[in-house]
Design a protein around this ligand. Structure first.
Ligand code: IPE
Ligand code: IPE
Ligand code: MG
Length: 239
């Protein structure tokens, strides 16, 4: 297990694109929804592990603004899993003092799920452990547009002068307002793309892609990503 005593730099903020559930199921001739079920189980296990490594903020991509395009059957299966796991994982996460926050457009979900989301945030609000951002109905382009609209509103109401708009003003309307940018973004399932995840915030994030499909991504795989992260030379445009 990797932690603050391993002599490694533990990234403060890690993002994970949890991809490959469908392919995991297909390899086993199972319906895609079964892949999502195993993926959801893995989400609980890995989150608890990561919270013990010293990572301060974990942002997990669970459902994108584009994932509504999928067949209704798959979307419904995902929504049921979200409901079930929100309730279940609260118990685990309480033990680990993990603070859960949802990022994305909550209005896209049905009333029951919205209620569960609000309740999960409420019970966890005073926790002091790792911050877990669950990105659900999240899309970076949508997030950026929302910020632009909020800024435009401030300009219209004479609260802001266009010449004086700063990056800080813009960032203050993102879901990640006040948080440091992700240091490391891990993608399982072998693709090398962000798929609309933290486009603005990842300007200087280190990207790590593994062929391992999400339900198979384990503690050892996470440690491997941290070791590789330690070999990167982050210059942020400097020398
Ligand atoms: C990721 O797995 C989960 C979600 C996007 C909700 P996929 O369902 O995208 O799995 P693949 O990429 O088809 O294997
Ligand atoms: C990204 O995976 C979204 C999540 C993991 C939640 P997708 O499977 O939706 O991405 P694409 O379609 O391969 O780009
Ligand atoms: Mg996918």
């Amino acid at each position: 297990m990797i932690d603050n005593n391993s002599g490694l730099i533990i990234p403060e903020h890690v993002g994970i694109i949890m991809d490959g559930n469908g392919r995991w199921a297909k390899k086993r001739a199972l319906p895609r929804s079964v892949g999502h079920k195993f993926g959801a189980q893995n989400f609980r296990k890995i989150t608890r592990y990561i919270s013990k490594t010293g990572v301060k903020i974990l942002t997990l991509y669970a459902f994108s603004t584009e994932n509504w395009k999928r067949p209704l059957e798959e979307v419904s299966a995902l929504m049921s899993l979200f409901k079930q796991y929100l309730v279940d994982s609260l118990t685990d996460f309480r033990e680990d003092d993990i603070k859960v926050v949802f990022i994305g457009d909550k209005n896209g979900f049905d009333k029951n799920l919205r209620k569960l989301i609000d309740e999960s945030e409420e019970v966890a609000k005073d926790r002091k452990g790792m911050l877990l951002n669950i990105a659900m109905n999240y899309g970076s382009r949508d997030e950026i547009l929302r910020s632009i609209k909020a800024i435009a509103e401030d300009v219209r109401n004479n609260r802001l002068n266009p010449e004086n708009i700063t990056l800080n003003d813009f960032e203050s309307h993102l879901y990640t307002a006040g948080l440091p940018d992700p240091d490391l973004i891990i993608r399982t399932g072998g693709e090398f793309r962000l798929s609309n995840f933290l486009l603005y915030q990842s300007a200087y994030s280190e990207f790590y892609s593994t062929e391992t499909l999400w339900p198979d991504f384990n503690e050892k795989e996470f440690d491997k990503a941290i070791i590789e992260f330690n070999q990167r030379n982050r210059r942020f445009g400097g020398v």
